[in-house]
Ligand binder design. Sequence first.
Ligand code: ATP
Ligand code: MG
Length: 247
Amino acid sequence: MILLEQVGFTYADGAVGLQDVSFAVPAGELVVVAGANGSGKTTLLKHLNGLLLPQQGRVAVDGVCTRDDPHGVRQRVGMVFQHADAQIVGETVADDVAFGPENLLLSRPEIDARVADALDAVGLTHKKHHRPHLLSGGEKRRLTIAGILAMRPPVVVFDEPFSSLDFFGVQQVLRQILALKKTGHTLLVSTHDLDKIIAHVDRILLLHEGRLVRAGNPDDILPIVEQYGVRKPDVSRLGMTVRSWLN
Ligand SMILES: Nc1ncnc2c1ncn2[C@@H]1O[C@H](COP(=O)(O)OP(=O)(O)OP(=O)(O)O)[C@@H](O)[C@H]1O
Ligand SMILES: [Mg+2]
């Protein structure tokens, strides 16, 4: 369970990140964080794993407050950043995935097993000795996902996971998100592209200027998204996505 209570955050230059945001996400849900540019999506996601700490209110994951135990919360919540380059640290693909488990001080055989599993899950085993900066955009994003998977957090947060990917790249990332859902993970995904994921979403959090306008299921939220600068899913493209999953 993720709980936000009256969370407020303002950046040093005075920009409002979040204002009075409260909601709860039960374990196992797939939640989309929607909102126009600058509405606070990234700021919200960074609060979930303690990268940012609330200036007002509190954020708790499974009863652990981010302010009291940011390290403990980071073990529960993995975050896949929008810009993969900011997250890639290893000399090789395998080294990069090993970085997280190494920081958890696991044994070498356990680290190696996790790296192998994570690379297999994202389809990058054949590139394990490659240099990360030579990968394509889609491969880099899958690499950062593997790095998070290797830490085995029960909650995974994705910031704009479909941005700058081609159709094939989107399908692979979506497949990964859905595989995590199937195995009971709690998932929060910020996106401009509601149509890529809407068929699978339990709940939408709609942000506007740092405030939570409304949280509800897609039937509640989709009728109002355009008022807040979010494009409504295109039904014909939605059909394409669903069909690709049925095939
Ligand atoms: N590091 C920062 N320093 C100062 N202001 C920031 C910083 N990051 C974000 N902001 C401001 O905080 C507000 C919320 O930004 P945030 O990045 O959370 O929005 P977003 O919904 O993720 O936007 P986008 O769709 O462009 O990714 C915006 O006004 C933004 O300009
Ligand atoms: Mg953002």
